[in-house]
Write a protein that binds this ligand. Structure first.
Ligand code: SAM
Length: 299
């Protein structure tokens, strides 16, 4: 198993300020790096609910004192009500995938190894796979996904969608190498600075897991279940996610419902980047829910 180093751990703890006796929710438990650090601070008496769509709970040994639920955080409010109905002092999101999923899941998250084009976080609970998108979506839908979720220019998105349709007419997509073959040709022609595979893989992963929709739906639930004075922190890894988080947080701040704890997102320092290059694109934003008395004062 690849060890996933928790990103911006010190900053998360500083912003969430966990204290003994408090209850927290980690919506992206992963390998529990952030959860375990929070747990140390809320002991004794505190409780922690960890959620992850991709958990092999039977094989997780060190979860004493943590309630773990395998589910999608889009169901946050229901998960909370059924499993952990206590006043919540802090909620953390650390979006995307872990190093372990990237390197060992065998589900095609990485283009560095040849794996089936799957990309589902939870294969038992989700139906749509990356290969189904490539083999079945209409050309216009492919253009939209590549453009919107891969942040790829219209021209290249259209070329890639065409190449996808032509390729599947000859042979259906199965493995990551099939996709790389199509992207590789385009990458050379367009002389891109970064390997465009990164953006196409991102686009497919977002579509397979409905990542942006899920984030849009879960953030209001998180605000709702936080107790007044409670804190919400979100680590995102690309601008599409960060924009959603920023817009919600600023909107709520304008309405007087939250205080912004980060005016600008926090990013990783040089020291952390040396040991954890994956943290390069991480952005951390946090808010504090204003309690109803302060809220009345503000208006
Ligand atoms: C960056 S990792 C979290 C790492 C974790 N903070 C740690 O320190 O080990 C993101 C995790 O979120 C999970 N995930 C992604 N989208 C999810 C969703 N919509 N619902 C629940 N879990 C999700 C992934 O399966 C992955 O394990």
């Amino acid at each position: 198993m690849a060890i996933h180093k928790p990103v911006l751990l010190k900053e998360v703890i500083e912003l969430l300020e966990p204290k003994s006796g408090e209850n927290f929710i980690d919506c992206n438990y992963g390998q529990g790096g952030h959860s375990k650090a929070i747990l140390e601070k809320i002991k004794p008496g505190g409780g922690l609910l960890g959620i992850d769509a991709d958990l092999d709970i039977k094989n997780i040994k060190d979860i004493k004192d943590i309630i773990l639920i395998k589910d999608n955080f889009v169901n946050l409010k229901a998960i909370y009500e059924h499993n952990f109905p206590y006043p919540i002092s802090g909620i953390l999101f650390d979006l995307g995938f872990s190093s372990d999923q990237l390197e060992n899941s065998g589900r095609g998250f990485s283009f560095l190894t040849d794996e089936p084009l799957d990309m589902r976080y939870n294969p038992e609970g989700q139906r749509l796979t990356a290969k189904e998108i490539l083999n079945k979506y209409g050309e216009k839908s492919l253009v939209r996904i590549f453009r919107e979720f891969g942040e790829i220019g219209e021209k290249l998105a259209r070329k890639m969608a065409r190449a996808t349709v032509v390729r599947r007419g000859r042979r259906l997509f199965e493995m990551t190498s099939d996709l790389l073959e199509v992207i590789g040709a385009k990458a050379v022609r367009h002389k891109k600075r970064i390997h465009p595979a990164t953006q196409f893989f991102q686009a497919l992963r977002i579509e397979v897991n409905k990542e942006l929709d899920n984030l849009r739906q879960t953030l209001p639930q998180a605000l709702e279940i936080l107790k007044p004075g409670g804190r919400l922190a979100v680590i995102s890894f690309h601008s599409l996610e960060d924009r959603i988080v920023k817009n919600y947080f600023r909107g709520w701040a304008r309405e007087g419902r939250v205080e912004l704890l980060t005016k600008k997102p926090l990013t990783t320092g040089e020291e952390e980047l040396k040991s954890n290059p994956r943290a390069r694109s991480a952005k951390l934003r946090a808010i504090k829910k204003i309690d109803s008395k302060e809220c009345v004062k503000n208006f």
